[in-house]
Design a protein around this ligand. Structure first.
Ligand code: GDP
Length: 510
């Protein structure tokens, strides 16, 4: 029993050495307990040779400038909640539907292309705001060239506006301001631009170089001007890429489709993606069977800055991964095998991932505080400590002042380590609801288990699963214990649901 093992390990760490290595490593329960107890896998398979030749796939060196051609800009829309990001994306997408006569079959694939009447193209990322942006950046994927900062003209600069500016500045990505909701009678675009000054965003009329376009995302007013401003900035940035040579791309969304199997959306950064290309991403590989655009139409090839759905993955890689083309299936297997081996080595050698370190820190706090509660059971003690705010599983080091502050305890499960990390990154950067605490009480890889549900029930929280399943028994247990079980295959939808649940926890507006 899990509690038992943790208890035993905490009391007598030395016992760990007496555990039988092989059988122990198989047992995920004990493995997790070991991680929680902050101990390293001392029995790591050190005997295995670590001196393998490096068989990884790498990005190519920069191309000869003579081979570069212009490419469309990739744009992320950011801004404060309710300022109109989703509405703007919808309006931009709709403007394209008419143009392409695709008949309203647009699917959400994580990004879409807008083509101006003059022929210029813009790729818009359609993933929720700065959450996706920072999670990609955390993985070193630079997918965005321009940030469109949406600020509502009736509301002005708010805290997430400032955060968005900070994100863009840190990533050295230029900003275009979309002053939204200009159709409202109380709109005051001038005030917005003045407020932005205080945050180092100097619009053209104040002598700066930041373009500000007055729009109404709802009515579709001036979207053309916004697109033109984006193209103009892209020209200044001289965005270029080499359409030849092996493909390099960034993976922005991944999910399992009932009919198609593992499906990913990628933005091509270099080379031209075609059917038959062999790709690697993280520890997964694909031989490209089909490419689809956002209208679900099969396409033959995708040049730099194009967004396509890729079908043909053997397993599902996670969003944020870099996608690289290799020369053959054999080479892809070799790369994946090498990477998997590396990942395993990292784990075994105790170079604990950020997740494990976080757990370790939580546990240290737990240990410090557990003494006075020695007579209680492990679970009772943990709950008591949690309630007393002594043990903090919060992702955000929030300075809590009131104990009745609303909070949402979460159990997060994902199909692979990468997807769990992505989710945690998103939650980490997701401080939409300052008044509502996001407490990740447990997270891990694999299907939702009874233990997950029980843990959520203990803290009155919910379970969120990405690309994982829950057995009938687990679903029934969740229903019995009143635990909300949210299973999603699209990160965007998961985050939306979470946002809803968070909003429902907030006290009514004062
Ligand atoms: P997000 O949280 O930034 O994605 O904001 P939404 O796109 O969900 O918009 C929040 C609310 O503002 C919705 O009720 C929209 O209908 C409304 N809204 C968005 N853009 C405009 C606009 O240009 N004018 C007006 N009047 N309302 C807008």
């Amino acid at each position: 029993d899990f509690d038992h093992v943790v208890e035993a390990l905490l009391n007598t760490p030395a016992d760990l050495d007496s555990l039988r290595p092989d059988s122990v490593l198989e047992d995920s329960c004990i493995k997790e307990a070991v991680i929680r107890s902050g101990m390293k896998f001392r029995w790591a398979k050190l005997g295995e040779s670590q001196e393998r030749p490096n068989r990884d796939a790498q990005r190519r060196p920069p191309a000869d400038p003579a081979l570069l051609v212009s490419r469309p800009p990739v744009v992320t829309i950011m801004g404060h909640v309710d300022h109109g990001k989703t509405t703007l994306l919808d309006s931009l997408r709709k403007s394209q539907l008419v143009a392409t006569e695709a008949g309203g079959t647009t699917q959400h694939i994580g990004a879409f292309l807008v083509q101006l009447p003059t022929g210029e193209r813009i790729t818009f990322l359609d993933t929720p705001g700065h959450a996706a942006f920072s999670s990609m950046r955390a993985r070193g994927a630079h997918a965005t060239d321009i940030v469109v900062l949406v600020v509502a003209a009736d509301d002005g600069v708010m805290n997430q506006t400032v955060e968005s500016i900070q994100h863009a500045k840190n990533a050295k990505v230029p900003i275009i301001v979309a002053v939204n909701k200009c159709d409202k009678p109380q709109a005051d675009p001038q005030r917005v631009k003045q407020e932005l000054l205080a945050h180092g965003v100097v619009c053209e009329e104040f002598g700066g170089d930041v373009q500000a376009i007055h729009i109404s995302a709802l009515k579709g007013d001036n979207l053309q001007a916004l697109a033109e401003a984006t193209v103009a900035l892209a020209e200044v940035l001289e965005l270029k890429a080499d359409p030849g040579g092996p493909v390099e791309a960034v993976l922005i969304e991944s999910r399992t489709d009932k009919g198609k199997g593992p499906v990913t959306t990628v933005i091509v950064q270099r080379g031209t993606l075609r059917r038959g290309c062999v790709l690697v991403a993280g520890c997964c590989w694909a031989k490209v069977r089909f490419l689809f655009d956002e209208n679900g139409c099969a396409v033959l090839e995708a040049a730099p800055s194009a967004v396509v759905q890729v079908v043909g993955w053997k397993e599902l890689p996670s969003a944020g991964e870099t996608v690289l083309e290799v020369e053959s299936e054999q080479r892809a297997r070799e790369v994946v095998e090498w990477r998997s081996h590396q990942a395993e080595q990292h784990k075994l050698l105790g170079e604990q991932s950020a997740i494990e370190l976080k757990q370790q820190r939580h546990l240290e706090e737990y240990r410090r505080e557990r003494e006075p509660l020695a007579h209680l059971s492990w679970r009772q003690r943990r709950a008591a400590l949690y309630r007393a705010d002594k043990i903090r599983f919060s992702m955000r080091p929030s300075e809590r002042t009131e104990c009745d502050e609303p909070g949402l305890p979460l159990v997060i499960k994902g199909d692979v380590d990468g997807s769990v990390k992505t989710l945690l990154n998103i939650l980490d950067g997701y401080d939409a609801q300052d008044e509502c605490r996001l407490d990740v009480i447990h997270f891990g890889v694999g299907d939702v288990s009874e233990n997950d549900v029980n843990m959520a029930a203990t803290f009155g929280g919910s379970v969120y699963g990405f690309n994982v399943a829950a057995s009938r028994g687990v679903t029934q247990l969740a229903a019995r214990r009143g635990v909300a079980l949210h299973l999603h295959r699209v990160i965007y939808q998961l985050v939306e649901q979470l946002r809803h649940e968070l909003s429902s926890k907030l006290p009514p507006q004062r």
